[in-house]
Design a protein around this ligand. Structure first.
Ligand SMILES: *Cc1c(COP(=O)(O)O)cnc(C)c1O
Length: 426
């Protein structure tokens, strides 16, 4: 059973002011979870979560994480500028980019951000971008290759992934960086996405801690921080067991005590770059049923589409749907719940058992707080929705207005067609 964090009554109240569709975020849930993350790693004095901005690039949300002294993981100029705009200093910005243009290294360095190099060839690019002088602190991204398998069947294939350096490369990279005057070093890896198991971080930590010991033996470099990056997942499906961040933190602690402490490396700081785990469950897409059709299947058409939530269309991802006000009604109808794109993959749900849906019903599409709004796009001329924050006291605030047709056409500004677009008629 998955329960929305808003009621039908509250949605009616909000929709009277801000029409659907909109993504809504649960400030209470965000704060409770952020506090639990801090607590889980409190054993490590240098611990810091760098929220992965790509998961939800709204400055109001980023600002909440600053109350927990968290930083931001960025991989583009726009994400860097946003982190700067919310007031983050360099030590709170991790630049974990790949295929990086030199201009972005320059921007990251100007902010004093920690640069995490995706590849050994990036040493030269970065040095060139920064006018020949590397920063005092730098990090390197590791890719162990092969296949990673966890006991509950989740697996991924780092050997097929474009990220990071091989072991010989990363050891060579540290040597080069040291010879070029870098003084403080970090190690980073991201091996498996959306792991719904408490095993992933402890497994990854053990691998990275062992590598850290090897790096010290080979190069004399004692790492300052180890960055476990993202990949901690959430239960999208009802019945899946949620991760317990306290158990995960303890698992990392155990590996730390077993592997790093005996080597005299107990001063290493643990960093994370979680996105999904920080925000996923604390967002929902609220959309209204506006059309129905009965052909070979039963369809419910909503006022949202894949441009507002792309995951079901591109990965076939499951997002649970609650028909607001019908939480207790029997799920005795089978629907495809669709958006309006001219693409047959634009379905929020396929063959989903739901209560009978009436036109005008509000649907709550769960778990859109991460990689939801932020993955939006404009295909078919569809506009971005607004975003609403539901505060702890039940009041609400629009934290991003919906896109307008004028916004959509803004990049035609300066062409002869722009002045002929009759915005007012839409
Ligand atoms: C996407 C990403 C993250 C966040 O991943 P989640 O699965 O959302 O936790 C963290 N670090 C990097 C470098 C990423 O690309």
């Amino acid at each position: 059973m998955k329960t929305p964090f808003v009621t039908k009554e509250k949605v009616i109240e909000i929709a009277a002011k801000y029409p659907t569709p909109f993504h809504i975020y649960d400030e209470k849930g965000i704060r409770k979870n952020a506090g639990a993350v801090k607590q889980a790693f409190a054993w490590n004095p240098g611990f810091r979560e760098y929220f992965a901005v790509k998961a939800n690039a709204n400055p109001y949300i980023m600002d909440i994480f600053q109350d927990y002294d968290m930083g931001f993981d960025c991989s583009s100029a726009a994400e860097l500028l946003l982190s700067q705009a919310v007031g983050a200093d360099g030590s709170h910005i991790m630049f974990s980019s790949n295929d990086t243009p030199e201009s972005e290294y320059a921007l990251a360095d100007k902010m004093g951000a920690i640069i995490n190099l995706d590849d050994i060839t990036m040493i030269d690019h970065c040095e060139h971008a920064l006018g020949g002088k590397l920063p005092k602190t730098m990090s390197c991204r590791y890719n162990p290759g092969g296949v990673i398998e966890l006991s509950n069947g989740i697996m991924d294939n780092p050997g097929d992934s474009k990220y990071g350096m091989t072991k010989p490369q990363i050891i060579e990279a540290y040597r080069i960086l040291k010879s070029k005057g870098v003084e403080h070093f970090g190690l980073h890896a991201f091996l498996v996405s959306n792991t719904v198991t408490n095993e992933y971080y402890p497994m990854l930590a053990s691998k990275l801690f062992e590598l850290a010991v090897e790096i010290k033996k080979e190069t004399g470099i004692s790492l300052s921080f180890i960055n476990l990056s993202g990949g901690v997942g959430i239960p999208y499906k009802p019945g899946e067991q949620a991760n317990d961040i306290a158990i995960i933190g303890e698992g990392v602690h155990r590996a730390f005590d077993e592997i790093l402490v005996p080597e005299g490396m107990g001063d290493v700081s643990i960093y994370t770059e979680m996105g999904r785990f920080m925000m996923g469950p604390y967002g929902g897409l609220v959309t209204k049923a506006i059309n129905e059709k009965h052909i070979y299947k039963e369809y419910i058409g909503t006022d949202a589409c894949a441009a507002n939530l792309m995951r079901p269309a591109i990965y076939g991802a499951y997002h649970h749907i609650t028909v607001l006000g019908k939480e207790e009604a029997p799920c005795d109808h089978t629907y495809d719940v669709t958006g309006s794109l001219c693409e047959n993959c634009d379905k929020f749900a396929v063959d989903r058992k739901l209560p009978e849906i009436d036109m005008g019903d509000y649907l709550f599409i769960h778990d859109t707080g991460a990689h939801g709004f932020s993955m939006g796009y404009n295909y078919n001329g569809k506009l971005w929705s607004g975003e609403i924050m539901l505060h702890e006291d039940g009041s609400f605030e629009q934290i991003r207005r919906p896109e307008t047709i004028r916004d959509y056409f803004a990049t035609l500004d300066g062409t002869p067609y722009y002045s002929k677009i009759r915005f007012d008629e839409a």
